[in-house]
Write a protein that binds this ligand. Structure first.
Ligand code: ZN
Length: 196
């Protein structure tokens, strides 16, 4: 009888310590983040800091090659996305997205769109333009740099090719993001240290 009581106490103590580990410990709480236990993370309202940093690096590294790029879009609220979705459908213009509000990485602050600016200050989406005249299209060069920085390119998509689009998924799918999962803080730090 006494042994059973002790066993129960020990069991409770261990469970308590495990809970304490997850709540108090940064590793534990980031594990909670990864598995998204207990909460639905809020929808971000701005570009993710790592994506912003990489965007700045992209602009800088393209400039080093004589290519001026402009980031034409980054974070988009679900409302902005819905408005964009109507373009080419119920509103004027051509279709630029197949994603409604909450269906794009832009809505989670994990995507940017770029374009190229010519010396005469024109913003262009010409994928053959070779402004720095090195025999390689500037667009291709920008995409190459973006990929080394960890971006996925919309031009590689099979179904709807989105050539100006770059996104970082941190190992998460759109469904993960919609279910409230967010990039874990620890993996971001590790990731940032990896690429300078
Ligand atoms: Zn985009």
């Amino acid at each position: 009888m006494k042994l059973k009581w002790r066993g129960r106490l020990l069991f409770t103590l261990i469970i308590g310590l495990i809970i304490l580990f997850f709540v108090q410990n940064p590793i534990g709480s980031s594990l909670l983040n990864i598995f998204n236990i207990g909460s639905s993370a809020p929808i971000p309202t701005e570009l993710h800091p790592v994506v912003r940093e990489r965007s700045n690096q992209l602009v800088q590294q393209a400039a080093d090659k004589g290519i001026v790029i402009v980031i034409t879009d980054d974070f988009r609220s679900a409302e902005d996305q819905d408005r964009l979705y109507e373009q080419g459908r119920t509103a004027a213009g051509s279709i630029v997205t197949h994603a409604r509000g909450g269906e794009s990485f832009h809505n989670f602050g994990l995507a940017i769109d770029f374009a190229i600016k010519t010396p005469s200050e024109n913003v262009i989406w010409d994928m053959n333009y070779d402004g720095n005249q090195n025999g390689k299209s500037d667009w291709t060069e920008v995409v190459e740099i973006a990929k080394t920085l960890g971006f996925e390119w919309g031009g590689d998509w099979v179904q709807f090719k989105d050539y100006p689009h770059l996104q970082m998924n941190f190992g998460l799918t759109l469904a993960d993001l919609q279910n409230g999962k967010r990039p874990a803080d620890l993996s971001l730090t590790a990731d940032t240290d990896e690429i300078k």
